[in-house]
Design a binder for this molecule. Structure first.
Ligand SMILES: Cc1cc2nc3c(=O)[nH]c(=O)nc-3n(C[C@H](O)[C@H](O)[C@H](O)COP(=O)(O)OP(=O)(O)OC[C@H]3O[C@@H](n4cnc5c(N)ncnc54)[C@H](O)[C@@H]3O)c2cc1C
Length: 286
């Protein structure tokens, strides 16, 4: 939407095909974006849509893009309703999707007392009895990061083994570690109460930060030949250009920054570069 705003202001004809299932819809408040701290994700989108409506060349359809073909200057995108749309350029801001972690009870607390990003929700969870649920290497990183928001931490590796060095580091800081697989998370109305392990041990906790499993929101960039990183995200340069001419990427699906501010900044910058390519092509045609 950030790209649509910039392109609308550049008098470009823009079609935003959006299934409207952003990743943060699960959460009640979005934090850390200057001037919009604490608004709900749906409010964030609503205001964006209202402001973009001032630019008559930008149109929205709530559909899923399921087909992409063509090359720079003459792409075709097909949607789930069977419609096709022609476009000179394509910009994928299709985000990332959460894959199930298979932990019973996690869905009930996700976005209410279980989060993935301390910079987004650490303030709200500060000083709680926090469980970190993450495998060995990332678990240590996440535990160290969340230690900035509480002194009461416990690391749950859900069946993965930690190294002796990791265990020694945690012991020195009096952070308990549980390597047994998790059976379920107990909660009440979204508030985490405890973590129950496969051996029956129950550990009281009132919040969770966990490492999600993610996949790209769309595989269409790959269909068009765009290179991707191990995370599945599109590989783009600082102006959002992929290796496929005319195909751009911005936001979570083309970075690992996972912040609204970063996605908005990337959308804006990428739109300017996309417009610049169109201006250059039109200039050369005369
Ligand atoms: C629980 C949680 C809490 C968060 N809290 C914060 C916070 O407080 N502050 C913050 O800065 N960040 C937060 N984030 C991160 C933030 O949500 C993302 O960084 C941001 O939403 C990325 O924007 P995006 O446009 O790249 O992707 P998204 O917001 O995920 O949007 C992608 C859009 O593309 C659509 N789409 C995907 N594929 C297709 C297709 N084939 N056809 C049509 N549409 C498609 C999706 O439906 C979706 O609407 C949070 C994330 C989570 C999971």
């Amino acid at each position: 939407m950030s790209a649509a705003l910039v392109l609308g202001r550049a008098r470009r004809s823009v079609l935003v095909i959006d299934e409207a299932m952003p990743r943060h819809l699960v959460t009640r408040e979005s934090h850390g974006f200057l001037t919009r701290d604490g608004v709900s994700p749906s409010d964030l989108r609503k205001v964006a849509r209202e402001q973009i409506a001032a630019y008559p060349t930008v149109h929205f359809i709530q559909e899923k893009a399921v087909r992409a073909e063509g090359s720079d200057g003459e792409f075709v995108i097909g949607t789930n309703s069977g419609e096709s749309y022609r476009a000179r350029k394509l910009l994928f801001a299709t985000g990332m999707k959460d894959l199930p972690l298979g932990i019973e009870g996690l869905d009930e607390v996700y976005g209410k007392s279980a989060y993935v990003c301390p910079y987004c929700d650490g303030w709200e969870m500060q000083d709680r009895r926090i469980a970190i649920i993450a495998g060995s290497a990332f678990g240590m990183h996440l535990t160290r990061t969340v230690s900035g928001w509480t002194n009461d931490l416990a690391l749950f590796t859900n069946g993965e083994a930690l190294t002796d060095d990791d265990k020694e580091q945690l012991a020195r800081r009096s952070i308990p570690v549980f390597e047994t697989a998790i059976r379920r998370i107990e909660s009440e109305e979204g508030e985490t109460r405890s973590i129950v392990l496969e051996d029956g041990t129950e550990i009281e906790r009132t919040a969770i930060f966990f490492a999600p499993k993610l996949e790209p929101g769309s595989d269409l960039p790959t269909v068009l030949g765009c290179d991707t990183a191990d995370s599945g995200a599109m590989i783009v340069d600082e102006f959002g250009r992929s290796n496929t001419a005319g195909v751009f990427g911005a936001g979570d699906g083309a970075s690992q920054k996972y912040q609204v501010a970063a996605a908005v900044a990337a959308g804006s910058m990428t739109a300017a570069m996309l417009n610049s390519e169109l201006l250059e092509a039109d200039w050369e045609m005369v």
